[in-house]
Write a protein that binds this ligand. Structure first.
Ligand SMILES: Nc1ncnc2c1ncn2[C@@H]1O[C@H](COP(=O)(O)OP(=O)(O)OP(=O)(O)O)[C@@H](O)[C@H]1O
Ligand SMILES: [Mg+2]
Length: 312
């Protein structure tokens, strides 16, 4: 299986895997592989993170994206712009297509044999589904972190950090420096600096998730997609990862799926609420905008109901 940030399979990847078939919902079967932050305080810089890379510049935009599994349409004309330097949270009840949408953003949806999609996804104005764009390049630019931490269990911590880059066939000029930088950016350097040759599996769950973030960062992606990255973690590990997300958002465009409304408020600048209108109906975006607006003065009453826990 071909996955995020490399041409190889991540262990534990559940196959979470679109295409621009034109704006008229021309469905294409895919059997082959191929504003300022909303008043929520950003955590101050920690002593651990020395790296300050270039400011985030990449915009990822979806236009009229619909998706199917076989004949089952699961997303209906989703249009959303995910801005540079911002964290965009995708929220909504189970089964409304958040993960499917996220996977469409880095061409993982097409890994599922029955999957199809229509619409366009552009990274900085370039259609990622264009035949001229290599899927491996797309996944280098658009990294992914999954719900369950999935380090390569037999590789060391350092090898795990470099795995995506090595598997993609890229040469690493100064591996030690890249390991350090990536672990620093992921907020894991202090805890691992003396354990770099221990197995990735020897880390706690929260540390393993930060190791997966470090692995994704080592390829220097422009966009980082995170599918419920804290749902398997304790509150302290969750807090550390949220701080990491906030800090990274200066450098990378981040899209995060979360079921946790407090988390969406803490980490995101913008929010998009997905809902389904009824059984077997496709998911769609009900409302998207600045997080503070979505939570405090949404336009749609369904948004107010959802964010205040009245359904879903
Ligand atoms: N591999 C698959 N094959 C067939 N149907 C699928 C597959 N993956 C997801 N679906 C269906 O697509 C719809 C959207 O699923 P998706 O996983 O995107 O939802 P979600 O919003 O991420 O849900 P959750 O919050 O539970 O993670 C659901 O009806 C689901 O059953
Ligand atoms: Mg999901």
């Amino acid at each position: 299986m071909d996955v995020a940030g490399s041409g190889a399979a991540w262990p534990g990847d559940d196959g979470n895997p679109g295409t621009s078939a034109g704006k008229q919902e021309a469905k294409r079967e895919m059997t082959t592989i191929e504003q300022p932050h909303s008043g929520l305080a950003r955590p101050g810089p920690t002593t651990e993170r020395h790296h300050r890379g270039p400011k985030a510049q990449s915009t990822i935009g979806a236009t009229g994206v619909s998706a199917w599994f076989g004949s089952n349409k699961v997303l209906e004309r989703v249009t959303l712009t995910m801005e540079p330097g911002k964290v965009t949270a995708l929220i909504g009840p189970s089964g409304c297509g958040k993960s499917t949408f996220l996977r469409i953003l880095n061409r993982m949806h097409e890994l599922i044999p029955s999957a199809a999609l229509s619409g366009t996804v552009e990274l900085d104005g370039v259609d990622i589904y264009s035949p001229a764009v290599k899927v491996t390049d797309t996944r280098l630019h658009i990294g992914m972190v999954f719900q369950r931490p999935n380090p390569f269990p037999t590789m060391t911590i350092a090898q795990n950090v470099l795995a995506g880059l090595r598997l993609s066939g890229n040469k690493v000029a100064n591996p030690d420096a890249l390991v350090k930088e990536s672990l620093e950016r992921a907020g894991l350097w202090k805890e691992t600096r003396n354990r770099l040759n221990e197995a990735g599996a020897a880390l706690s769950g929260g540390q393993q998730q930060r190791l997966c973030i470090a692995r994704a960062l080592a390829v220097r992606p422009k966009v980082l997609l995170m599918d419920e990255p804290c749902s398997a973690l304790d509150p302290i590990s969750t807090g550390v990862i949220e701080e990491t997300i906030r800090e990274l958002s200066d450098e990378i465009t981040i899209v995060i799926v979360t079921h946790n409304m407090q988390q969406a408020q803490r980490v995101s600048d913008n929010c998009a609420l997905f809902l389904v209108d009824g059984e077997a109906q496709p998911g769609h975006i009900v409302e998207a905008g600045p997080t503070v607006q979505i939570f405090e003065s949404p336009d749609d009453p369904r948004t107010a109901d959802y964010v205040h826990g009245r359904f879903g």
